[in-house]
Design a protein around this ligand. Sequence first.
Ligand code: PRT
Ligand code: ZN
Length: 290
Amino acid sequence: MIMSENVMLRIAVQAKGRLNEQSMDLLKEAGVTVSQEKRKFLMRAADFPAEIIFLRDDDIPQTVAIGAADIGIVGYNEVAEKGLEVNILQKLGFGGCRLSLAIPKTEEYTGLEYFNSKRVATSYPEILRKFFAENNIDAEIHTITGSVEIAPTAGLADAIFDIVSSGGTLVSNGLVEVEKVVFSEAVLIGNPELSDEKMALARQLMSRFEAVRNGVGKKYLLLNIPTSALDEAIRILPAMRSPTVIPLANSEWCSLQTVVDENNLWTIIESLKAIGAEGILVLSLDKIVL
Ligand code: PRT
Ligand code: ZN
C-alpha cells in the first residue's frame, strides 16, 4: 500500500499513573519516541508517523471509541467497565491485576450468596452489576471513586470490589479476597473504523510490540562444545527453532548459539558444563522478530 504523506496515527497513553512508564517504554522500544523534556498534552513522535495524546486512563476508551485517538494503551479493566465500541488489538503483558470481591477478614464467607443484600463499594459498578446479574445475586452496589478499600472500616459498605495485584492493600485494611472476577492487563485498543492506512500503521506497531515482548526474559547463549557431545548439547537446548552450529578450526570442537529462557538459564548452563561445554557466554537480548 502507498501511504499518503500525512497519515498519522494518534496514540492515547495514560498521562501519569501506573501504566504511563511501561507504555512509554514499550513505545520507545518499538521505535516511537517523544522528547522527554517539555512534555505536552499532544506530542509528535520523532521517528514514526504518530502523535501521542496523554490522558487520564478513564478517558482512553471513549477517546478511541469516538476516533479522537486511533489507538490507545489502557488497562483491560477500564475497557470492560466502559463497555464502548473499541477493538482489543493486542494484550501487552504488563499492568497485570484482577478485579476481586473482598470482605472483612472477621466475616465467614459462605459463597457468592453471601453478597445478597450486602452493600458493595466499587469504582467498577458496571462490571460488578453484570457479574451479580449473571449469578443471580441481589446486592446493593455503591459507586465510589478513590479509596474503595477503606469503605468497610468507615461503615460505608459491607464488602468491596476493587483492583488487586499483590494483595497488600487488602491485608492492611483487614480485608480478604473471596472472588476473583476479572483478570486484567494493559491492552492495545483501536477505533473499529480505522482507515486501511492507519490500520497498516497500527499493524506495524503491533508486530514491533510482539518483537519486544518476545525478547523479554530471554538470553542469547554462545558456547563451545566438543563435537562428540554436540547431539547431547542440542537435546539440552530448548531452541526456538534449532540452535546454530558453527564448525571451529579445530574439528574436535564446534560453537553453538541459541536463545534460552532466563528462568532455565542456570540449569541449562550446568547441564552443558557437565558434558564438556566451555567458553559459555550469556548475552542480553533486546528483540526477537519472528
Ligand atoms: O489518573 P488516572 O485516572 O489516569 O489513573 P488511576 O489512578 O485511575 O489509575 P492507576 O494509575 O492507579 O492505574 C492504572 C491501571 O493500572 C489500572 O486501571 C489497572 O489496569 C492497572 N493496575 C495494575 C492497577 C494495579 N495493578 C493496582 N494494584 N491499578 C490499581 N492498583 C491499586 C489497587 O486498587 C490497590 O488499591 O493499587 C493498590 C495496591 O494494590 P496491591 O494489591 O498490590 O496492594
Ligand atoms: Zn483513572
